[in-house]
Write a new protein. Sequence first.
Length: 402
Amino acid sequence: MNIGFPQLESLVVRRGLCTGCGSCVGICPSAALSMSRVYGEPMPVCTGVCSSCGLCSRICPGNDVPLLELERHCFGRNRKPALADLGVYRNSYNGYARDDFIRKKGASGGVVTALLVHALETGIIDCAIVAGFNTEKPWLTEAKIAASREEIVDAAQSKYAVVPVNMRIREAVKRGYRRIALVGLPCHIHAVRKMQYYGIPRDISVKIKLTIGLFCASQFYFEGTRHILVEWCGIDKMEEIARLEYRGGDWPGHFVVQLRNGETVTVDRHRYVYHMLMPHYKRDRCEMCIDWSSELADIAVGDYWAPQRTGPDYYGTSALLVRSSAGEEVVKSAVEEKVVYLEDLDPDKLCSSVGFEMKKHGAAYRLAQRQQFGWPTPNYHMQVDYTPFFRDFHMAPEKKES
Ligand code: SF4
Ligand code: SF4
Ligand code: SF4
């Protein structure tokens, strides 16, 4: 049996199971792979000579994620069974970056950016692999290696199109970085944990010291962005775009396009997410993904969109689940140094999020449906209980300043 790239291609890519994480490209010891764009979506292709080492198939999270096995390896134990399934965590918080510039630059509270800058400036990490935009074509997302405060801040905010973040891992190691942080969606973190679990490639996997995972309800085809740009913003030549933000302006952040002629076009978040991306352009692989809260990350961060969290002059906050000792060390130090403000958060509140329902119930049910018909599905090696349960959507927000 061929264990080279053709195997990965036939088992994952051609069956619609590729998440676009970029790991195969990022770890290939022969540098045989690159990311091309097919129908506008990043897709791995073989452009060099594959030595059939089999590493790419082994670490790929597209078709196989032994979630509980990886969890035990990362955290030394498994989650407690519960309907409100958020994985293993030590603490849960809600908070924001104390630096006002970073807080407003972030999608919701700026905590990821603040933690990364803090970790870099205190020597906990020496670089961070993050999601940014292409400099020449600023409407296209791109993975970046950020090794300065400016580069980290520049990559702040969510991107609602695939970013193959992990494709930069080997490059970061080649540049001499030894304490690498990686910020990604749950599927990016699954791949990193598979590398660490299997110890492959060893020269890379041991150098990833910190993973910050973002809550992820779904990722979207770039075609959705293109439709917003053309149909709602009146832009049919992408070259007119100087800058694009998916969470620009005040919280909750809107679709903001700056044109080269100086004009700015804004589309309200509710309209573009709930009337374009979410109903029409969700990636098919994401429909089967059961991890919302980045269950394998050292620190999981996100907006949980509880209805009571809206209101005038509200900047937004980040919710955090701190899962590992590595994550705890960074968070503790950032609180002590007054880099971030955090208050305890009742973790059950996270279950009021639309993302929780979409993943832990909707996707889990959809996965079972597809399996029943023998359609290609990822194997997470676990059953998810999608039984409905009552959630109190009317809990009063807790807002207090120290
Ligand atoms: S990782 Fe190994 S099997 Fe995969 S493309 Fe590279 S050389 Fe081929
Ligand atoms: S490693 Fe990631 S990018 Fe490569 S095939 Fe698997 S899911 Fe796709
Ligand atoms: S929904 Fe899952 S597969 Fe899709 S981008 Fe998010 S974490 Fe990756």
